[in-house]
Design a binder for this molecule. Sequence first.
Ligand SMILES: [Zn+2]
Length: 314
Amino acid sequence: MHKRGEYETGNKRILWKLILNFLLIGFFLGILFIYWFGIFNKTNFGSKGNSNFNPSNLTTRMQFYENMRYADSRISYKIEDCPLQKENDIKFAFEILENKTPLEFYSVDKNEEISVTCDSHVKLDGGLFIAGEGGPTNITKSGNFNLISKGKILLLRDSECKTPNIAIHELLHALGFEHSPNPRNIMYNISNCQQEIGEDTINLLNVLYSIPSRPDLVLENVSALVHGRYVDANLSIRNNGLINAKKSSVEFYVDDEYVKSFEVRELAPGYGISIELTNIQTSDLNINKLRFILNYPDEELDKKNNEIELKNID
Ligand SMILES: [Zn+2]
């Protein structure tokens, strides 16, 4: 039992000791406060799988490479080894992007495009906690696109925000987006709850995924040599589109007269074949014009690049 009077009349040293203890406790509570609310809200994002990307223009570029996208606006995913909260976080992140862009995410049991995994182990980078990792893991250059066929998301920390900021950040990495230098952007490398998805990010996703999911066969590198009634020709056919091109055929005309056609096998996006034709006989003794027409039975991104004409320049 202590009476109020005892402190006032007692040894002043006890009073000072009490004040010192009080200050010390306050100091430790303060440190703890900074630890929980300071450091924990600043979590660093790793970006595994991107270490070999060579940034060339950090100020205007948003993606690791130009025009990165998946083949279709419907992207498959599989979530593995995730506790309920993280599973909900990534599903909520899918939903948020679905509401703002043409993207749709659907769950599959195997051969998923985006693999989502979780780990409760703490990872550090430069004294900061890594919140997660994400990025494309398989990219093919196809025409103007850098086609992503596989992406990966690793969620390490739960999001403490109303919106699942960490999951959105890693999902955008998996969609090809780089870090933003703007601290208010969700792609900034240190997370906080006030960050938002950039308007430019949404715009780019809208532009990229408004392009239909089609192949685009192109005739390239055509050259020919005419000797008398015979023609030697070289040409290549490439699929610059977003999905596989079925079998197609190329027709060869000499001065508007059909000579022959040849079949072209299926081509995956980004792939092409070279064809060498030698000593094709024609009935024409004065050849002026050679024409190659690529016939594709289905829709393409562009049909205008399916024909090439060579004229005699003598
Ligand atoms: Zn990041």
